[in-house]
Design a protein. Structure first.
Length: 318
């Protein structure tokens, strides 16, 4: 009888012990965790459930991981950074506490973030994502989306978003940011967009739209704008008269014919670059002209120290 009870107790103990070990089929994933002393705190050859539950941050950098099965045990994870792994998908449905997510240089084609409602920062660079649903990620404040074959991105639900970087997604024809009125920085570059509306983004301080095919750009409502970089577009005119806080401006390599820089504060400019084709005949500036616009007297050939022989005049307001 005693032997039977002992055997039963021993079997139960083994079963309990096995139940407390996280199943991780991908050996590279498992080894990466075992080699992380902040995770494998008892330095054994397994990852216990208790160790997984205690982990708050995980970083994987070119570990040849193709399967993240076992990540569901890390239920308190807050930061997850993955770079250079071999995954085509990942299940984050159990990682409800993640606030910072970065997935960089992977062949991942699908990403479901519907369960990650606490997400605040999202970085997705050089993946194979063609779609992305952020409708449940209402806490997102930062998005960095670079070099993905994206065709559409809906940000209508992300109303607390403060910084948006969407770059080198050459299939993305347009982007609607009309609901994102908290945005302070927008960088939409090298996306082949022909139009971009920022009229509702009244808190915007930095706007970078270079490397697109923009035909027009209206910044008349962006009164807090400090930096505007819209070089390498197709703009024929630009009005900066409402942007009294602007101190950094670059619109080189456009089709500018007129430029109104009478913003009542030309002296703020620390950079003013409009090197362009000979279509630009006149720049409207303040009187006296700021040093960044001319050196000494009004000089039609000198804009920020760069030669522009085709400029007809700097029209100084009286």
């Amino acid at each position: 009888m005693k032997y039977t009870l002992f055997t039963l107790f021993f079997c139960i103990s083994i079963c309990n012990a096995q139940a407390q070990i996280v199943s991780i089929p991908d050996l590279n994933f498992k080894n990466a965790l075992l080699n992380d002393s902040s995770v494998n705190t008892n330095f054994d050859n397994e990852i216990q459930v208790s160790e997984a539950q205690a982990a708050l941050d995980l970083l994987f950098y070119y570990e040849d991981i193709s399967d993240f099965t076992g990540l569901e045990a890390f239920v308190n994870l807050q930061t997850l950074a993955i770079e250079g792994e071999l995954i085509t998908s990942i299940d984050l449905s159990a990682n409800l506490e993640v606030t910072n997510l970065s997935i960089v240089v992977t062949p991942i084609t699908n990403l479901d973030l519907s369960s990650n409602s606490q997400l605040e920062s999202l970085t997705l660079v050089a993946n194979e994502l063609t779609t992305l649903d952020l409708s449940t990620n209402l806490q997102l404040e930062y998005i960095y989306f670079l070099n993905n074959p994206l065709t559409d991105l809906n940000l209508g639900a992300n109303i607390v978003l403060e910084e948006l970087i969407v770059s080198s997604n050459v299939i993305l024809p347009t982007l609607d940011v009309s609901e994102n009125t908290s945005l302070k920085k927008i960088e939409v570059v090298n996306n082949s967009m022909t139009s971009f509306d920022v009229s509702n983004n009244i808190n915007l301080e930095i706007l970078r739209t270079y490397g697109n095919n923009l035909l027009t750009l209206d910044v008349s409502t962006n009164l807090m704008l400090k930096e505007l970089n819209t070089m390498f577009n197709q703009l024929s005119s630009l009005d900066l008269s409402a942007n009294t806080a602007l101190d950094w401006f670059n619109a080189r390599n456009n089709q500018l014919q007129t430029l109104n820089a009478r913003n009542a504060n030309n002296d703020l400019f620390i950079n003013f670059n409009v090197i362009t084709k000979p279509d630009l005949r006149c720049i409207l500036v303040e009187n006296p002209p700021a040093k960044c616009l001319t050196y000494g007297n009004v000089d039609k050939n000198t804009i920020c120290g760069k030669s522009n022989q085709h400029l007809h005049a700097l029209d100084v307001v009286q």
